[in-house]
Write a new protein. Structure first.
Length: 246
């Protein structure tokens, strides 16, 4: 093809048709430019397709991570033997028993044990880390990109802070009561009952009641943060799924 064009140019020059030669040369340049532009367009299209597929794979990983986190959150709230709902219920029951001056019975040992339980959610963030490593601009939809960023940098952080309050409160106030004023029943059970050494004295201990009340309040705040997070996961997961299916 190059030899063919050279031959045309040579013939035009040889026959003295200079004007036609220049017109031809300009036309040839235009064809070359058009060819380059087409090649660039094809290359850009290919790159866009690769980027779109990479975006899809990262978002699928984020969806999987969100599901894992939600399942683990559900386990902490409802699933495990000493789940968060049971902890709060037990704390309220004990406070009610103290306030109404009820007599002790052995079944309360399970409440005392459960009242000291707490557990942390396992957050899976590998998908978000993959996104950050390639650049969050990989996600073309600005609203979804913003929602993902908010969840992983704000929502998770706030939930962890709520858990840290529970953990800190337990170790600063409750653990000494746990060690000094109770005896665990040695039975083959997931929840080993924990009985107060002196129930009547414990009921009169205002500091114990106040500590338990505060521990219940931070546990409730932790539960609220988990429930908020679950709603956010549900919305974000659905939005991402709709986006990648378009």
């Amino acid at each position: 093809m190059i030899k063919f064009f050279r031959k045309i140019r040579y013939n035009l020059i040889e026959t003295g048709k200079t004007t036609k030669y220049f017109k031809y040369a300009i036309g040839e340049i235009i064809l070359v430019v058009i060819g380059i532009l087409i090649a660039l367009q094809i290359n850009n299209w290919n790159e866009a397709q690769k980027s779109r597929e990479q975006e899809r794979q990262v978002l699928l990983e984020i969806i999987s991570d969100l599901q894992y986190t939600n399942d683990n959150c559900e386990y902490v709230i409802h699933g495990r033997e000493n789940n968060l709902n049971r902890t709060i219920y037990s704390q309220k029951a004990i406070i009610d028993i103290i306030d109404t001056n009820k007599k002790y019975h052995d079944s309360l040992g399970v409440y005392f044990r459960a009242s000291n339980a707490y557990d942390e959610v396992d957050f899976k963030t590998s998908g978000y880390q993959s996104l950050v490593s390639v650049g969050t601009d990989l996600v073309q939809d600005t609203e979804i990109r913003s929602a993902i960023g908010k969840f992983y940098t704000s929502t998770i952080s706030e939930t962890k802070e709520a858990f840290d309050e529970v953990k800190l409160d337990f170790h600063d106030y409750m653990i000494d009561y746990f060690r000094e004023k109770f005896t665990s029943e040695n039975i083959n059970s997931a929840i080993k009952p924990m009985h107060p050494n002196d129930f009547e004295s414990l009921k009169q201990d205002k500091e114990y009641r106040q500590s338990l009340m505060t521990f219940m309040e931070v546990s409730e705040a932790y539960l609220e943060s988990l429930e908020i997070m679950q709603k956010e996961i549900s919305t974000l997961k659905k939005d991402i799924e709709n986006y990648i299916d378009d």
